[in-house]
Design a protein around this ligand. Structure first.
Ligand SMILES: Nc1ncnc2c1ncn2[C@@H]1O[C@H](COP(=O)(O)OP(=O)(O)OP(=O)(O)O)[C@@H](O)[C@H]1O
Length: 709
């Protein structure tokens, strides 16, 4: 490692000092000095090999946690600066909770103390009149006996049950009927007014009255309505008739109501609302989280950050941790409020907190209904132990997280490489990738083997650049397929891009420049052909964080978070790129100075002009002084002064690096680029210096002289 590092420094001293991320010395070092210093501070080395030479590069290690911290800070800033949205997230659940508490207070639980076993008082004055049917000697005899025992005011006989019913209509509340069902009158039916006996539901619904007094207890109505007395008297009269022996005088009729422990009547309405409430309370969090994540995906910020070396884990963690903190805070607040008010007065704060936090409200309602509340003792006991929903909810959380990560990988959207459906089963996914040298055929190889160069459109490269093919593009084709439309964006491009040169891609709109850039960045895969960066296929760059850190990307669109300032952008992207925290200040200051962004460093991105936003995107690309710069129309929308600043910057860092930019401006390509590739309708027209292009393709200005007579 030491020897390789020394070579890496020898390639370009200044660049290597920054890449090692340790030495901040700016005065020139002799190669020997630099070698000694860098040897000790270069623990990581990537093997980058290309046709005939091998060039190791020190790599930075971003680290998931380092990135997560920066993104978390970014998310906090976004939340802070979009206060209105954040307030909605926090206030809505609390407002709803207030409403719920109000409803609970207006519908309080009813608490009943226990009742002891008691004998019901004798009271049989309810039966005023009794009618019976049919009229026979036996029934008349029986009912006369009964009437004596009941002290009934009126005893009437009816020919049919229908007549008896009609008569009862005049005295609906106290008229009782006895209907004998057989000739021996041993079987009979008692007809009592509906309001004098308990309904089947009274046993559960009106039980509460039994605690206040036995008179109001509907269950005791069998006694107080005279039902039991009448039944017993008829039975006694039948027995007497059958056995010729009076039993009524021997019967002592008493009713004892059994005692009952205390209970709580739970109001169903507020508790039904609680389940709905929890769903609603967390809805703003879910909504805004989706909005935030979707916005970053929609604006291709996530994909671009991924191409700059962002770990997916860091992205998900940064949002996940922020929202976990918000949900935790909200759950604590809700639990405190809920346990200290009428909502869950019997429950333990911590258990309620866990349940709210993990969304297990149904169990709380159940336990509150039992009068015990959700307490620690109910975690493992009872018919519905709480640990079951708690466990299920934890499993839910893990499952959803894994699902989010999986879907993000297999359905990444338009601007990222799609992984196979079973990518996690492949050993290559779990093993850390090392760069491999992949031989691709190229113009240069063909020349070296003595084969004729053939293609007149490609200017032969000067000898000092031979063996410095950093990017090799081999017969790349890209076809976009939409429903009925097939667009051939690139039709077999083959050329090399050299280290130490600035290469410009020129072409009209729709020529395929951005497509080629995206393929080189690894943002989209080619349909056919291959491209390699220092021998590594670009498809591997998407999987290799070390390689991503070699490449600085400025896509055609701006990589901008509206509410973050220029300086904050640079700091956050510096962390994503793995620049050590100690070096970030210096690196950010350098970029601000180089691009003259110091005056607007505290301005939020949404307030920048188009050209300023573009400058910021270029600044982000050059952060960390990457070995390879891929800039898609970097100066679009910039004023002449800013364009010059960018040109100067790119020229100053040309040596030892690979710079590729696409542009519409011929003057820009002329001034800046050592080599220009002209692309038209997805095909390469010409590659070479300005002079070569002028000679071969007639690119540039033509002066025609016409003689006039
Ligand atoms: N996602 C896409 N889906 C379908 N067609 C696309 C897509 N991206 C690009 N194209 C098509 O591919 C062709 C090349 O587009 P590309 O953006 O690469 O051109 P360009 O040279 O960068 O143009 P400009 O200079 O205007 O940016 C165009 O015809 C374009 O319509």
């Amino acid at each position: 490692g030491a020897v390789r590092c020394a070579r890496c420094v020898n390639t370009d001293t200044g660049w290597s000092r920054q890449w090692s991320g340790v030495s901040q010395q700016h005065e020139p070092l002799s190669h020997t000095e630099a070698s000694i210093r860098e040897t000790t501070s270069c623990p990581h080395v990537i093997q980058m090999r290309h046709a005939g030479s091998m060039q190791p590069v020190c790599r930075r290690d971003a680290g998931v946690w380092h990135q997560t911290r920066s993104l978390l800070w970014k998310n906090l800033l976004i939340k802070w600066r979009t206060k209105q949205q954040s307030l909605q997230e926090l206030i809505l659940p609390l407002l709803l909770l207030g409403l719920l508490i109000l409803i609970s207070t207006l519908n309080p639980h009813v608490y009943y103390g226990g009742i002891s076993t008691m004998e019901l008082e004798r009271d049989d004055h309810f039966v005023k009149g009794v009618g019976y049917t049919p009229i026979t000697n036996i029934t008349t005899h029986l009912m006369e006996e009964v009437a004596q025992g009941m002290h009934i005011d009126r005893l009437e006989m009816f020919a049919s049950e229908e007549d008896l019913e009609n008569a009862s209509l005049y005295e609906p509340s106290s008229y009782v009927g006895v209907v004998f069902l057989d000739s021996s009158a041993t079987s009979y039916r008692l007809r009592f007014p509906y309001n004098q006996l308990p309904q089947p539901s009274d046993y559960t619904e009106s039980f509460a009255n039994c605690f206040s007094s036995s008179v109001n207890c509907r269950a005791a109505n069998y006694w107080y309505s005279g039902f039991i007395r009448l039944q017993s008297l008829i039975d006694a009269a039948i027995i007497q008739m059958q056995t010729k022996r009076s039993v009524w005088s021997e019967m002592d009729l008493n009713v004892v109501m059994m005692g009952q422990p205390g209970s709580v009547e739970v109001q169903k309405f507020p508790h039904a609302l609680i389940s709905i409430y929890l769903v609603l309370a967390f809805t703003p969090f879910v909504t805004f989280l989706i909005v935030n994540v979707a916005a970053e995906k929609e604006q291709r910020l996530k994909d671009t950050m991924t191409m700059m070396g962002l770990y997916d884990t860091a992205f998900w963690l940064s949002w996940g941790l922020l929202y976990a903190a918000l949900v935790t805070t909200m759950s604590i607040l809700m639990s405190v409020i809920a346990t200290y008010t009428a909502l869950f007065p019997n429950s333990d704060f911590f258990v309620i907190f866990f349940l709210i936090f993990l969304y297990g409200i149904s169990s709380v309602v159940y336990l509150e209904a039992q009068g015990d509340g959700a307490v620690f003792s109910s975690l493992a006991n009872g018919p519905h132990p709480l640990y079951v929903p708690l466990l299920m909810l934890v499993v839910d959380c893990i499952l959803y997280l894994l699902l989010a990560i999986y879907l993000d990988q297999v359905m990444p959207g338009e601007f990222r490489m799609r992984r196979s459906l079973v990518y996690f089963l492949k050993p290559s996914y779990w093993s850390k990738r090392r760069k491999r040298y992949v031989e691709v055929s190229s113009v240069y190889d063909a020349e070296m083997k003595g084969a004729p160069g053939g293609d007149e459109s490609i200017e032969p490269i000067s000898p000092e650049f031979r063996g410095k093919e950093a990017i090799r593009i081999n017969n790349i084709q890209k076809v976009y397929k939409e429903k009925d439309n097939v667009v051939e964006a690139l039709r077999g491009l083959t050329f090399d891009i050299y280290e130490g040169q600035i290469t410009a891609l020129l072409g009209h709109s729709g020529a395929g420049k951005s497509t080629l850039m995206n393929i080189l960045c690894g943002i989209c895969p080619p349909t056919n052909g291959s491209a390699t960066i220092y021998g590594s296929p670009v498809s591997e760059i998407a999987d290799a964080s070390e390689m991503k850190q070699l490449v600085g990307i400025c896509p055609q669109f701006n990589i901008i978070f509206d509410v973050l300032t220029v300086e904050e952008h640079l700091r956050i992207f510096a962390a994503i790129k793995g620049i050590p925290p100690a070096d970030i200040d210096a690196e950010v200051t350098k970029v601000l100075k180089d691009l003259d962004l110091e005056k607007i460093m505290t301005a939020q991105a949404k307030n920048l002009s188009g050209g300023q936003k573009r400058k910021l995107s270029v600044g982000i690309a050059i952060l960390g002084d990457p070995k390879i710069l891929l800039l898609d129309e970097p100066t679009a929308g910039m004023d002449p002064c800013s364009r010059h600043q960018v040109w100067t910057l790119l020229k100053s860092r040309r040596a030892g690096r690979v710079t590729v930019l696409s542009t519409h401006y011929m003057d820009e390509a002329d001034i800046l680029a050592d080599r220009k590739a002209v692309i038209s309708q997805g095909q390469l027209k010409c590659v070479g210096s300005s002079l070569y292009l002028k000679v071969k393709c007639g690119v540039g200005y033509h002066l025609r002289q016409v003689e006039c007579f």
